[in-house]
Ligand binder design. Sequence first.
Ligand code: AGP
Length: 618
Amino acid sequence: MCGITGYIGYHEATPRLLSMLQKLEYRGYDSAGIAVLDNDEIVVRKMKGPLSVLESALANEKIPGTLGIGHTRWATHGEPSDINAHPHTDISGFIAVVHNGIIENYIKLKNYLQERGVVFRSETDTEVIAHLLNFYYRNGKNRGQNSLLDAALKTLSKLEGSYSLGIIASDFPDRLICARKDNPLIVGLGENENYIASDVPALLPYTRNIHFLNERELAVLYRDHVDLFTESGEKIIREPSSIEWDIKSAEKSGYAHFMLKEINEQDKALSDTLSPRLIKKSNESITINFDEIKLDDSWAEAKKIVITGCGTAYHAGIVGKYIFEHFARIPVEVDIASEYRYRNPLINPNDIFIVMSQSGETADTLAAMRLAKKHGAKILAITNAVGSTLSREADLILYTWAGPEIAVASTKAFTTQLMCLYLLALRLAELRKTIPDREYKRTVRLLVKIPEQARNILVNQEVIQKLASKQFNKNKVFFIGRLFDYAVSLESALKLKEISYTHSEAFAAGELKHGAIALVDKGTLVIAIATQEALFEKIISNIREVSSRGAEVMVITWEGERAFDTVAAEIITIPKTDSSLSPLLSIIPLQLFAYYCAVQKGNDPDKPRNLAKSVTVE
Ligand code: AGP
């Protein structure tokens, strides 16, 4: 996954390309580059390392050109290096290209071009695109105004795999071409200037008028207008969309890291996701309003729910299983999206198919959705990204109103995904008549309290910061829990792994004795999530099992709960709610714990090694 930017206007392109790249660095940060058309010549500057390396190198260089493209890379083909960094050009330097995605048939295309004398410089798949464009441009019959577009259309017809592309050419100082397939790309419309970017936050300082490119669409950007085309060259007429996001929400606003900001925004994000879906008749009577998606009788009659997603979204799905089975008494299968299409799944069109994805652009998740759709399944998407591929291909959409999530580690997207699942499960329970009215009303009232309870955890975060400063150097951290707490353990272990690089695992507490307990020794930190009152005795036994083998134990439980006083070295408490709603709160201290451990270790939690925010490759 990579970030793409592009600018055409009357201002210098370089500062704009760089400032937009800063907003996209979460998409990849092993190298960065720009190409700017300056006096009929394309000037390329690209370097290994984070964007700051390129920025320093460009600090004393003036490139006055007003047309350019930029890129921040997450390497797939070829190690991070100056040569492999984008943009890539043809040998004459006539055409420059930035690319996000993978060209699967690049070896075949490379051989074809090499046989015709083309010399390659990098190990990337992208370089074939620059050479192919040049090849079709030079050999094209049309030498007129459309010759670059024709060469682009011909090139795209030869590419297999996924791409979003930005293209400039030295013979065409008045245009920038871009295209997309299976990777996001957005066109921003300004006044006498236009932009391209992989994601909305990059465009917010300049414009809120946006064209989301659809699959296999191209755009030709001029200074004063933009033309949209299909990949078969037909012109498309479409009104732009307007983006409502607040610019502040895409900036750090004084927090040390985006991740910390996003953790701290969870009370608001939860409230924004919940409130529009409630109808309040009185304090006693609040009901769920799902006008945005019509749940017809087929929902009440469905025999099964299938939930799929990757990483954190998959973990939200596991919580979802417990939620739906608890409230709506319907069986749920949770599938890892990256496995789904390889195991010949049984897809019944009458099942409810829920696809979870913060970005709405995860390649594996989209592939799972497309397979289910092909077999007739009706797709309900839960996503945070308006205009994303998922939101455009799903039949029904529930948005998590979390605002932009920039940090690689997902936090507020997770809790708001859970909130959507709770609302959906309660509504479904109502339709299926599996919940008594009193219980329904009580649960909705408890949900209403969650945002404020989340805030109470956040205002006391020094406690967790202190614990992290004591524990950050542990080599092994195990999270244990039962039922809902097990699902939260999985997500907590992922958070700690991805940003603090600590070996951490999650276990269903009752499973320890079937093998994993052999790993426990002095120096192991075991974090027990204990919010299921009915199972307190069980988890206390599990805590005793690990502490008698030398582990240090930290417990997450309810405020005022004394059951763990004598068995745990440290206790973190969260405000009391029903055990069935606990994941909405119990994950928050553990997100903070992971964040503070990462900071203590000197890691950058926003840009963990080897990871990128949205994984648009298989
Ligand atoms: C979360 O912290 C991870 N960075 C990752 O697991 C993420 O949740 C996963 O890649 C899925 O992303 P999506 O929600 O955008 O589809």
